[in-house]
Design a protein around this ligand. Structure first.
Ligand SMILES: [Zn+2]
Length: 112
């Protein structure tokens, strides 16, 4: 098991956009994930920006998407989506990391 997948460029870009967002490897599936260290409860996302349509599908399936909300000045902030009306086409969305091995419910993580 020496396979090391390259860190997705989208993940690196998102980390420069969103304060508190960091990349790390999932302890279970070893894939790259995004961790929101700025929120009280650590959230772990897949390092992929999803479209409105995909986020809506997830919402309907009971998964709560996170909106990448652009701020003035070029930065972005992450906002939890509570209603489908908040899923607008002008934004991209993150979805919780759904681990291949087990559902990611990490409360502890290894800081890099
Ligand atoms: Zn995982």
């Amino acid at each position: 098991m020496a396979t090391v997948l390259a860190k997705p460029s989208s993940a690196t870009r998102l980390c420069t956009l969103c304060a508190g967002l960091k990349t790390r490897r999932c302890g279970t599936c070893k894939g790259w994930v995004l961790e929101d260290t700025g929120s009280p409860v650590t959230a772990v996302y897949d390092p992929v920006e999803y479209s409105q349509k995909h986020a809506l599908d997830a919402f309907i399936a009971g998964i709560r998407p996170t909106r990448i909300q652009p701020l003035t000045g070029g930065m972005s902030t992450l906002m939890t989506v509570w209603t489908p009306a908040a899923l607008t086409a002008d934004c991209r969305y993150l979805l919780p990391h759904e681990c291949a091995a087990e559902r990611a419910e990490t409360t502890s993580s290894d800081p890099e």
